[in-house]
Structures are given as C-alpha cells and as structure tokens.
Design a protein around this ligand. Structure first.
Ligand code: ZN
Length: 333
C-alpha cells in the first residue's frame, strides 16, 4: 500500500534537495500515464485534481480508482486537491479520500487568508490530511486554458515577513510562494526572483512549493530546488503534449475512427513528459535503495505502512464532520 500524505514525501525531498512533482489528473489516461512514469522512474508522485477541473472530472467517480491504483503502486502516491478555493471543495476532497489538500486563499486579504487557512488546517490535520497554502499570488489561469498573461507583477510576490507570520499562525505543512512563475504558458523568458526564494527558505525552514512549472528551464528548476522548493506543480506541459499527440495522429491518419488508439497516443506522450520532469526534479530513482525515502517509505509492498490511512471510511467521515462543526461554531458561522 503506497497511499501517503504530503508530509510523508516532501520532508525527505526538502532535506535531500530534490522535488516531488505534482501532476494533474483529468481522466484515466492522465492517471495511468503519471503512475506509469512514477513506477518507471522509481519516483514518489503527487496526483492532483484542481478545483477548476471539477467540471471535467467527477472526483467521487475517479478517486476510488486513484486510491486503488495508489495502493497497488510500488512508489508512494499522494492524492492532493490542487487550488481548493471553497470550503465545499475541501470537504468533498476529504470525503472522497484525498490525503492532502491545497487551500488557496491567496486572493483574500491577509487576515482572512490566515483565518480560513487555519480552520482548514485544523480540520485536515485531525484526519491525517496535509495542507498546502499560498501566500502572494501566482498569476495566470490555473488549469492551463491557454492563458498567456504577462509575468507576475512584483506586488504579487510573497513577502518574507508576512510568510513567517502566516506559517506560524496557520500551521500549514508547506507553502506555495510567488517568485515570478505563472500558470499556463509564459510570454517571453521567465525570470525568477531567486534572492527572494532564498530569503523565504532561510526564514521559514519548511518545504516550499513552486506553481506554474511549465516553461521553466532545467537550470531554473534545480536552482529553485536548491533553495527549498520540494514540490513542483506541473500541468500545462502535459496538456500541450496530449493535444500535440492527437493533432499528429490525425495528420497521419485523418480518416481514423480509432478513438482508443488516439487515447493511447496521448497517454504515451504524457508519460514521456512526466518522466522527463521527474529526471529534472531529481526525484527519479529516489524509490530505490540506498535512498533515504526508499528506506523509510511505504512504497515497497514488502514494507508496512506507517501513515496516510486514517481508519475506515465511516470513521473518517465521522471525524471530519465533528471537527468541521466544531470549527464552524468557533468561527461564528
Ligand atoms: Zn497552481
């Protein structure tokens, strides 16, 4: 059984200077391509579903399949809600069996972001689910719908003093920071504020998260990893490669009626992109001895599972409900 939460994988990444990729799942092809890449590369992996993709992927339908795939995988797998902005999405993800969530209050005023993140942390930690939050704001359209905004203006960048206060008051497990990346495709060369990233890392000493991974150079990724980034979100590049694969196949066989064949082409191209990124993020090979995560982790079917599961589904739902009600009362709802 290799279903784990974020803490189980990103602290090892943070300490040993590599990053675990978080790859968005849209359908079964994405799921199988990403898991295939992780097993091929012996890499831990985060399977993410973004709230913005809820219209395309029914989480109650797909999560049982993801959990089953995760349990049978020979690498540790995190099921993570990406950019949860509503309380409802967080609770739905918990109930569906996610092991980790991101609550994105980055567009809220600072105090409101602190308060709402803190209540989500309290609920999620009660049931062993990890929480990522965002401070500052990574611009561009999450979900890679062809958004090509200009680079993030500096006023959106994460401020070090605010980040220290935010982490102290919320108790989040990791923090997404805004240092010049954008969601979707870049217009022009990306320029990351590595100096700010270094100061954030020195001040916070918790794993940092980089969003907007598509389009950065291997050099930029690795420099960010050396400065505390232990989770990298990557989506647009997979979507681009899937669309390219379909275009290419239809060019070769314009009269095809072989839909499953097209899906296979998509899957292969997505898997190649994910494998390439696992190499760049230096998570490839981490699930092989003598690496520390491999020695400690749950991925190998021969080892017992220390965490990531929290009892029966009924027990989980009961505890989520009780804690949610308690928190809502506390915050005067
Ligand atoms: Zn993002």
């Amino acid at each position: 059984m290799a279903l784990v939460n974020l803490k189980d994988v990103i602290w090892d990444a943070y300490r040993h200077k590599y990053a675990v990729g978080s790859f968005n799942v849209i359908n079964m092809e994405f799921l199988e391509a990403i898991i295939g890449a992780a097993e091929q590369c012996y890499s831990p992996v985060i399977l993410a579903i973004a709230e913005v993709h809820f219209p395309y992927v029914n989480i109650e339908n797909i999560t049982p399949a993801i959990r089953d795939v995760a349990r049978r995988a020979r690498v540790p797998v995190v099921i993570h809600l990406d950019h949860g902005t509503s309380f409802e999405a967080i609770i739905r993800a918990l109930r569906a069996g996610f092991t980790s969530v991101m609550f994105d209050g980055s567009l809220l005023p600072f105090e409101e972001n602190v308060n709402r993140t803190r209540e989500i942390v309290k609920i999620c930690h009660t049931v062993g689910v990890t929480v990522e939050a965002e401070l500052g704001h990574v611009t561009g359209g999450e979900g890679g719908k062809g958004n090509t905004q200009q680079l993030s203006p500096e006023e959106y960048y994460t401020r070090v003093d605010e980040a220290v206060e935010f982490v102290r008051r919320t108790g989040v497990d990791c923090l997404a920071v805004a240092v010049g990346t954008v969601h979707g495709l870049y217009k022009g060369e990306p320029h990351l504020d590595f100096d700010r990233l270094a100061r954030l890392n020195d001040a916070l000493r918790i794993p940092l998260v980089l969003h907007g991974g598509t389009g950065l150079s291997a050099h930029d990724f690795r420099q960010a990893i050396s400065l505390g980034v232990a989770k990298i979100n990557f989506y647009t590049g997979m979507s681009v490669s899937a669309c390219d694969a379909i275009r290419e196949s239809l060019k070769r066989k314009p009269d095809t009626i072989d839909f499953p064949g097209l899906m296979q082409d998509c899957k292969r191209s997505i898997q190649r992109v994910v494998e390439r990124n696992m190499d760049i993020f230096m998570s490839a090979g981490i699930c092989q001895t003598p690496n520390t995560l491999c020695n400690a982790c749950t991925g190998c079917a021969l080892k017992p599972t220390p965490s990531g599961e929290s009892g029966s589904e009924e027990d989980l739902i009961r505890r989520v409900t009780e804690t949610t009600v308690e928190v809502l009362r506390q915050f005067g709802y």
